[in-house]
Design a protein around this ligand. Structure first.
Ligand SMILES: Nc1ncnc2c1ncn2[C@@H]1O[C@H](COP(=O)(O)OP(=O)(O)OP(=O)(O)O)[C@@H](O)[C@H]1O
Length: 410
């Protein structure tokens, strides 16, 4: 069936006062941006809502993009009818006929936002409901727990009729709560952390540490692919910083403190991420740590690791179970790439028994014993290769990008 428009609802419950206006402006701009690849749409904004006139564009194509827009609470495909009883009855019936699975019970809920209509609400409920019942006599009315609720919203310019409410991605519009630098490994967790941070309104730049030639080019391609997938949730290509980490890692292996090597590596990563955050004007660093998952994610380890950074370190997954994280990764579309088998830089250097409770003084003393460490960190920052993802770069690095993917950037 051809719908006339989509009603998009956002944030009416979550924000009050001065922030709301700004939020709504941002939301509206962001919705338009996420749909810019579809020609012919028209947009209109009202209080906590946007209307998208479809002008013949298929609902599914728009819905597919809207499901990835943070800040949207819900949206509905709508039939629009003139403010005349027969037109409303016909549109309601058309919606009913188009249902792929017919419910056994229903009710009609009319809202009269325009009082000029010649019938009052309860009359309209009845007149529209009975029109459908004539065409579907097996259907029953259930006003308490109907399987389908047919809503009719009467406004001065016309009547809006819909029965479907799709949940949106929720959260805040991308970038509305500041900017952060996210540590992206090739694993399952950090893409989920990125998604959670973006959903909370953080704009992200991504940083990945590689140990070329110990890690393969495929491992880097995998991270670029993850960045591409995350970009679809940002509504625009994300920046990805690739940091050469081999020299620093190799130097740590010479300290004679094998059990501390993961702690040392994580601290160096955070220092570099902190410097990149400063350059990018970001106010926090985000990682995919989840409490207790591995040796570097005990309270003791996280304490010692986190102290290497002055900026706040956000860990959105900290209290989540592995299964919850996996389910989320599947839902947001990163899981399949995350489980590809290419080695990450850290797994190559994991000692037999990494410390789960490193001693801060020993760690700092070990770092202090590496005279060139500060210079190595600064050098790594200077040697960063930044991939500003765009279609061309994705193609160059990702020879196997499927055609459909290429076209379907957002
Ligand atoms: N090579 C890397 N580049 C950038 N960040 C990294 C890298 N390796 C680890 N991290 C960061 O440190 C966090 C913890 O990594 P670790 O490998 O210990 O845990 P994990 O639970 O396997 O996480 P992930 O699934 O994201 O790899 C990651 O979520 C990520 O934020």
């Amino acid at each position: 069936m051809e719908y006339d428009l989509i009603t998009v609802r956002y944030g009416e419950l979550t924000l009050k006062g001065r922030n709301r206006g700004r939020f709504e402006q941002q939301m509206f701009r962001y919705i338009k941006l996420s749909l810019q690849h579809l020609e012919g749409l028209e947009f209109e904004k009202t209080y906590a809502r946007a209307y998208i006139k479809l002008n013949g564009v298929a609902y599914e194509r728009v819905a597919e993009a809207l499901r990835r827009v943070f800040g949207i609470h819900s949206f509905s495909p709508v039939k629009r009818a003139a403010n005349e009883l027969e037109a409303i009855q016909e549109a309601a019936l058309e919606l009913w006929r188009a249902l792929p699975a017919k419910p056994a019970t229903f009710k009609v809920t009319v809202k009269r936002g325009w009082k000029g209509f010649p019938h009052v609400t309860h009359e309209l409920n009845h007149l529209i409901g009975s029109h459908i019942l004539r065409a579907a006599p097996e259907l029953k009315v259930d006003v308490r727990q109907p399987e389908m609720e047919l809503r009719v919203d009467i406004q001065p310019e016309g009547a809006y009729i819909f029965n479907r409410i799709e949940a949106g991605a929720g959260g805040f519009p991308y970038g509305s709560n500041g900017k952060a630098m996210l540590l992206l490994s090739g694993g399952i967790d950090s893409p989920v952390a990125a998604w959670s941070a973006m959903r909370k309104g953080l704009e992200l730049e991504l940083v990945h540490f590689h140990s070329f030639p110990f890690t393969s080019e495929q491992a880097t391609d995998k991270v670029i692919e993850l960045a591409r997938q995350l970009s679809r949730w940002a509504g625009k290509p994300l920046k990805l910083h690739l940091v050469p980490f081999t020299d620093i890692q190799t130097r740590f292996t010479q300290t004679g403190q094998d059990h501390l090597i993961i702690t040392l590596m994580r601290r160096a990563m955070l220092r570099i991420a902190g410097l990149l955050a400063e350059q990018a004007g970001a106010g926090a660093v985000v990682s995919g740590d989840s409490l207790g998952q591995v040796a570097s994610q005990t309270l003791g380890s996280m304490n010692v690791i986190g102290r290497s950074l002055e900026l706040p370190l956000l860990r959105p997954l900290i209290m989540m179970d592995k299964q919850e994280i996996i389910d989320r990764a599947v839902q947001i579309g990163t899981y399949g790439t995350s489980i590809l088998p290419f080695e990450d830089c850290c797994t190559l250097f994991v000692p037999k028994s990494p410390s789960t409770n490193p001693n801060l003084r020993i760690v700092e003393r070990t770092e202090g014993g590496i005279a060139e460490l500060d210079e190595q960190i600064e050098q790594a920052v200077r040697d960063v290769e930044t991939v500003q993802l765009d279609r061309g770069q994705v193609l160059r690095r990702q020879r196997e990008v499927r055609e459909a993917d290429e076209r379907d950037w957002f």
